[in-house]
Design a protein around this ligand. Structure first.
Ligand code: TXA
Ligand code: MG
Length: 320
């Protein structure tokens, strides 16, 4: 595949390659090249204190980036990698400060997407790959969305179609205490991790935290259109109370029966969490581009499998 060898040589020369992962598209650069990593921050307009995830071809490469790796990390790697799980570990001394935001820890992940895998294997070392969007925007789940976000600033965009998982990886901190802690929920749930480790797993909210954690920025994963999250039982009443000035608006809902309210475009989402996550960002991006007055999202269940989706919806509805 000429695309792939071209992409590898661009990366070796300090260039930027956007590529699909199973979660969202990443903006890839050589994690050992300070200048290349700085370009990633510049292109995304991302503040320097937001550290990047280093993507690896396989779990064996973990030791080149992290030290004092606990057993839990190897167990989780064995169980969930390649896949949508990121582990925060103590960094090796030579890991660039620009990658870790000056912290003593590094985030590592082995993505499952065949194009990401092929690229990482051919490259042979770690690639930083933040989501390929402008800081605080929605993550891209298609190559077209990457182009809309970053345009010509990226040297190559590898097209892998619509991402399978659709929301960013679960980030698990294994450094801070004896109890693993989820810093960002993803489609691999706290319960699945606890089951593999046979140990309790905390969420960010369950522990006092003053360290730099992902998604802590109050506005994140946000459409430009004002977005509201509404309880299912309030939805119909709310729609009927909308004034002409509020219309047109788009509603993301899991209910297939038509609302039949004029000026309200109903977008019917999957009933199951995996299906919903898979289509979420693409649906949000589409309605965001269509210039509705509001995007209204019907809230989703409060169970563990919906936790990552609820987290993203809450962030999307905390408007700029
Ligand atoms: O699914 C994903 O993880 C995607 C795909 C492309 O792999 N990547 C992604 O990267 O979401 P990014 O940069 O958009 O989000 C990474 C998050 C950031 O919010 C950052 O704060 C956190 O990971 N992070 C990175 N290194 C960290 C560290 N050492 N400690 C705590 N959080 C860290
Ligand atoms: Mg991101």
């Amino acid at each position: 595949m000429t695309d792939l060898s071209q992409a590898v040589s661009i990366l070796r020369n300090g260039g930027l390659v956007a590529f699909p992962t199973e979660t969202v598209y990443g903006l890839g650069a050589d994690a050992r090249n300070e200048h290349a990593v700085q370009r990633v921050f510049a292109v995304k307009q991302r503040p320097a204190n937001h550290p990047l995830i280093v993507h690896l071809a396989d779990a064996q490469q973990m030791s080149a980036w992290a030290q004092e790796i606990p057993d839990a990390a190897w167990q989780l790697a064995k169980h969930f990698w390649p896949g949508p799980l990121t582990l925060v570990l103590r960094k090796q001394p030579q890991v660039l400060a620009v990658v870790t935001g000056g912290q003593e820890t590094v985030a590592l992940r082995v993505p499952a997407h065949p194009i990401a895998q092929a690229l990482l294997q051919a490259f042979g070392d770690g690639l930083v790959a933040p989501s390929a969007n402008q800081f605080t925007h929605l993550s891209p789940t298609t190559a077209e969305a990457v182009y809309a976000e970053l345009g010509e600033q990226v040297d190559v965009i590898l097209d892998g179609g619509l991402c399978e998982v659709g929301v960013e990886s679960t980030i698990l901190d294994l450094t801070e205490s004896r109890v693993p802690r989820i810093l960002r929920p993803g489609m691999i749930t706290r319960l699945q991790i606890a089951h593999v480790l046979r140990q309790e797993v905390f969420t960010k909210e369950q522990m006092a935290t003053d360290i730099l954690a992902p998604g802590m920025h109050p506005v994140h994963y946000a459409p430009r259109t004002k977005t509201m999250l509404l309880a299912p039982e309030k939805l119909l009443g709310f729609l009927h109370a909308l004034l002409a000035d509020d219309l047109p608006c788009a509603v993301l809902t899991r209910h297939a029966e038509p609302f039949a309210v004029s000026g309200v475009e109903q977008i019917i989402m999957a009933r199951d969490a995996a299906g919903y996550a898979h289509e979420l960002y693409d649906a949000l991006r589409t309605v965001d581009d269509a210039r509705f007055k509001y995007i209204i999202v019907e809230d989703v269940p409060r169970t563990a499998e919906w936790e990552a989706i609820r987290d993203r919806l809450q962030k999307a509805s905390r408007n700029r």
